[in-house]
Design a protein. Structure first.
Length: 267
């Protein structure tokens, strides 16, 4: 009888402790939100008057200057080209680096550790920082954007691909090893066929991300429709800005649709 009462008491105490933890967690999250709101000067009262916004939209965004449409389309094509080059070059370099950094395919643990640190560094630096470095180096234009996307994508894809390689099923590897094959042959026939679809799927996804990133890179002079948008903003030509925005929206939607279909076919 005493044991039953003791067990119930412990169970009740456990539930009370769990509830207290949840309460403390919600209080901590609320304090975190208040702290962030205070630091960002968030004030809902600032949304009371939309008169200036409405007038701005009427004068500019409801009267677009369609004469800039051919230029915007041309620059959007350059944006896509920047994304394709930045992703393709990174893919070519990231695949061998990922095999060298993966624990189950790296020739030595020290090589794996060094490459993982290097890839983490490349991944941690935003594309726009690389663009700010390359714009003075290779001048304004798409090349700076290509280089910035390539460097950052190497870090991202190298990390993703190495994790995919490490998660490859052991069965096919053991089957190839049982034939007396060397390590390189095991990687070629036991791991590579498994990871290729996932690598291609992630590469197409990075292409979609690179299109959006190249828009931001254009703001610092790395070419494409992002640079055209930046120029029109600085010149207060908002009737042209709206055309740029419409072209960007259409381009992103088309790329997302095509990329999604390709990924589904690959997988």
């Amino acid at each position: 009888m005493n044991k039953v009462v003791g067990q119930k008491s412990k169970s009740l105490q456990f539930k009370i402790n769990e509830n207290q933890k949840r309460v403390y967690l919600w209080i901590a999250l609320l304090l975190l939100f208040i702290w962030s709101a205070n630091g960002t000067n968030f004030n809902p009262l600032l949304f009371r008057d939309f008169g200036n916004t409405i007038n701005f939209v009427k004068k500019s965004f409801l009267n677009p200057d369609w004469s800039v449409l051919p230029t915007a389309i041309n620059q959007s094509v350059i944006t896509i080209q920047i994304a394709i080059m930045g992703t393709a070059l990174a893919l070519i370099l990231a695949v061998p680096l990922s095999f060298l950094s993966a624990k189950n395919t790296s020739p030595h643990w020290s090589i794996s550790g060094l490459l993982r640190g290097f890839l983490s560094f490349l991944r941690s630096v935003p594309e726009i920082v690389f663009a700010l470095i390359f714009v003075p180096t290779v001048s304004l234009g798409p090349l700076a954007g290509v280089l910035a996307l390539t460097i950052h994508n190497i870090g991202v894809m190298g990390k993703l691909f190495s994790e995919i390689i490490e998660s490859a099923e052991v069965g096919p590897q053991e089957a190839v090893t049982a034939t007396g094959a060397k390590r390189n042959i095991v990687i070629l026939y036991g791991i590579l066929p498994q990871v290729i679809p996932h690598i291609l799927s992630n590469a197409f996804y990075r292409l979609e991300v690179s299109v959006r990133a190249s828009l931001v890179l254009g703001l610092v002079g790395a070419g494409g429709v992002g640079q055209l948008l930046s120029i029109h903003f600085r010149m207060f030509q908002y009737d042209k800005v709206v055309v740029d925005c419409l072209v960007i929206m259409a381009m992103v939607m088309i790329i997302d649709y095509i990329g999604g279909r390709i990924r589904r076919r690959v997988i």
